[in-house]
Design a protein around this ligand. Structure first.
Ligand code: 5GP
Length: 121
């Protein structure tokens, strides 16, 4: 797959506000936050979309959720609640084709998360 901006963040070629790093993953603050806390949790292995996850990636994808739970606990919003979401493809609004969990927290979050554009469809 072609390199995305997230590979440049992993390689420190462009800056990011990194909140977690380990052998498998990186987590950093979204540049355009949609909640008081908006983190992106990514695998260091570039995988374009959920559709490209293979059986061999099962542990890695589970690891991303473990990082989400750890950050929620460490940053103090685990009990208040938060949302973890991964967009896949055009209809979900995916813009960066390197899978990433969005972790949103810090306020009550609306549900369902439709935009006006989606409601018209
Ligand atoms: P998607 O729309 O693919 O689910 O989410 C991509 C996210 O990446 C968006 O929320 C967008 O704000 C964020 N993003 C795009 N470019 C950058 C960047 O250079 N740095 C950071 N920290 N976030 C980015």
């Amino acid at each position: 797959m072609s390199e995305t901006i997230f590979t440049k963040i992993i390689n420190r070629e462009i800056p990011a506000d990194i909140v977690h790093e380990d052998d498998l993953s990186l987590a950093f603050r979204d540049i355009n936050p949609q909640a008081p806390v908006h983190l992106l949790i990514i695998p260091k292995k570039p995988i374009a979309t959920i559709n490209d996850i293979t059986e061999g990636d099962r542990e890695l994808v589970g690891h991303l959720h473990w990082v989400a739970a750890k950050l929620a606990s460490d940053m103090g919003f685990a009990e208040d609640g938060y949302r973890v979401v991964m967009n896949c493809g055009e209809n979900a609004g995916q813009t960066v084709f390197h899978i990433h969990l969005h972790l949103l927290a810090g306020k009550p979050l609306g549900w369902p998360p439709y935009t006006d554009r989606m409601k018209q469809a």
